[in-house]
Design a protein around this ligand. Structure first.
Ligand code: 13P
Length: 251
């Protein structure tokens, strides 16, 4: 059975001491969580080692927000997948729309990143999602389908055990405008169908598909009640331990 996961993407927020304090608060609050919900925090690179220490002995998992599309060498400013493992990460987010939009991340590059991340032993949270123009033009299903095909169809059913998908409609990220539960569910169901077509029904059924985009305590319950929504990738509301945990309590 697939897992329920709530992951906090801190993006480029908090100093190192603030991040460590937030991680400690999440660990504290996570003691009141129902069984069967996995918690993940994804701080900036600079925070990974001290946050890993703050999470020690807890069930909260550590994720990076990105990794390099190269293994090692002369790539100034980049961080490789095995470096993330050595810093204590078990996962990395890849293909976030902010990376696609502002840093030219393409599906082709993402194939390499996913390959290297899986090879290093990381789980991957792969983000997909349409922007506002694509939504208004009615292209949302096609856009998401092609992102899934272009990246994940290069991998195997075995690889899929370590891949989590996050549907994040760009128009809902940081805007306060959430996709309705119906809008999110129909895309999640479509993603699962696309995965089933390639990898079989069992793999599709076992893959966790998270929703991201202005998910907060007030709307998480309705979103998580949908049959194909297995959790959330949370931005703004993950910067406070209370709201992050309230979201995780919404299952
Ligand atoms: P917000 O929750 O701030 O809309 O961000 C969502 C997101 O991009 C998580 O990766």
């Amino acid at each position: 059975m697939r897992k329920h996961i709530v992951a906090g993407n801190w993006k480029m927020n908090t100093t190192v001491p603030e991040g460590v304090a937030l991680a400690k608060a999440v660990v504290e609050a996570s003691k009141n969580l129902p069984e069967g919900v996995e918690l993940v925090v994804a701080p900036p690179f600079t925070h990974l080692v001290p946050v890993a220490q703050a999470l020690e002995g807890s069930k909260v998992q550590l994720s990076a927000q990105n990794c390099a599309d190269k293994e090692s060498g002369a790539y100034t400013g980049e961080v490789a997948a095995d470096m993330l493992v050595s810093a204590g990460c078990g996962l990395t987010i890849l293909g976030h729309s902010e990376r696609r939009q502002y840093y030219g991340e393409t599906d082709e590059k993402l194939v390499e990143k996913v390959r290297l991340a899986l090879g290093a032993g990381l789980k991957v949270i792969l983000c997909v999602g349409e922007n506002l123009d694509q939504r208004e033009a009615g292209q949302h299903f096609d856009v998401v389908k092609s992102q899934i095909e272009n990246v994940l169809f290069n991998f195997t059913a075995e690889d899929m055990k370590n891949i989590i998908v996050a549907y994040e409609p760009v128009w809902a990220i940081g805007t306060g405008k959430t996709a309705t539960a119906e809008q999110a569910e129909e895309i999640h169901a479509c993603i699962r169908k696309v995965l089933a077509g390639k990898f079989g029904a069992q793999v599709a059924d076992d893959t966790s598909i998270l929703y991201g985009g202005s998910c907060k305590p007030s709307n998480a319950k309705e979103l998580f009640a949908q049959s194909d929504i297995d959790g959330g990738l949370i931005g703004g509301a993950a910067l406070k331990a209370d709201s992050f945990i309230q979201i995780a309590q919404s299952f």
